[in-house]
Design a protein around this ligand. Structure first.
Ligand SMILES: Cc1cc2nc3c(=O)[nH]c(=O)nc-3n(C[C@H](O)[C@H](O)[C@H](O)COP(=O)(O)O)c2cc1C
Length: 211
């Protein structure tokens, strides 16, 4: 069993990466392989509504990023999408990619569990979570949840490590994905173990934060 985790953030080691790494680590601890893929910093082609994918079974644009994510998504048993919050939405290049991926690969993705992870300094994270889940819920994909809406807080790269509740939410998500996948594959996996509940209010104040 394998899970693909797509990091929409242009920051390779940023807060979304930290959040996804916590999910990936927990998946591995629970016997599920996990791979985080960065979408990178290059411009990403958006959907042009040509509908050629209906004939071709893939997007008409043949770029490496789309090809890589498409192939890995098809090989995977579940998909997790992580995004930073940009003006209360997922970052634009991630949406450009996901519009094309989900429009052209529905038959490959349906019935695979999906989960989204949203990262922000302070606000808009629920809107990102909601927007990302829309990709799954129009694609017959069961959405995996955690014990809170899947969000982690931080502004500067690394600050997410201080959001202990957010990271616990990621670990619970990882265990829930593993549990759901095993049961979908025919195992009778027991309900995941729980941790003592952590509660934090965002992270420590940062004197340098600008917005
Ligand atoms: C263009 C831009 C817009 C942002 N908009 C928001 C926002 O609406 N709400 C928020 O809380 N943080 C916002 N942020 C902060 C990022 O969400 C935050 O730094 C996050 O940790 C970035 O994740 P990353 O390190 O994975 O890239 C914004 C950052 C940028 C660059």
């Amino acid at each position: 069993m394998k899970v693909l985790l797509v990091n929409g953030s242009p920051r390779v080691g940023g807060n979304t990466f930290i959040a996804l790494s916590e999910v990936a680590k927990t998946l591995e601890e629970n016997g599920v392989r996990a791979e985080i893929v960065q979408i990178g910093t290059k411009a990403v082609q958006g959907c042009i509504a040509c509908y050629k994918c209906a004939e071709l079974g893939r997007c008409v644009f043949n770029d490496d990023l789309y090809n890589k994510i498409r192939e890995k998504a098809i090989e995977s048993d579940a998909i997790v999408i992580g995004s930073p919050t940009y003006y209360a939405g997922p970052n634009g290049s991630l949406c450009a990619l996901l519009d094309r991926l989900f429009f052209s690969c529905k038959s490959h993705l349906q019935y695979k569990p999906g989960a989204s992870v949203a990262v922000c300094r302070r606000g808009g994270v629920s809107a990102v979570f909601d927007r990302l889940n829309k990709y799954f819920t129009i694609t017959n994909m069961p959405v995996v949840s955690s014990q809170y809406w899947n969000s982690v807080h931080g502004l500067l790269p690394g600050e997410a490590l201080q959001d202990e509740e957010g990271l616990q939410t990621m670990r619970v998500l990882g265990r829930n994905i593993a549990w759901m996948l095993k049961n979908l594959k025919g195992e009778i996996a027991p309900v995941p173990q729980t941790e003592p509940k952590i509660m934090t209010n965002f992270i420590r104040p940062n004197a340098d934060a600008a917005d």
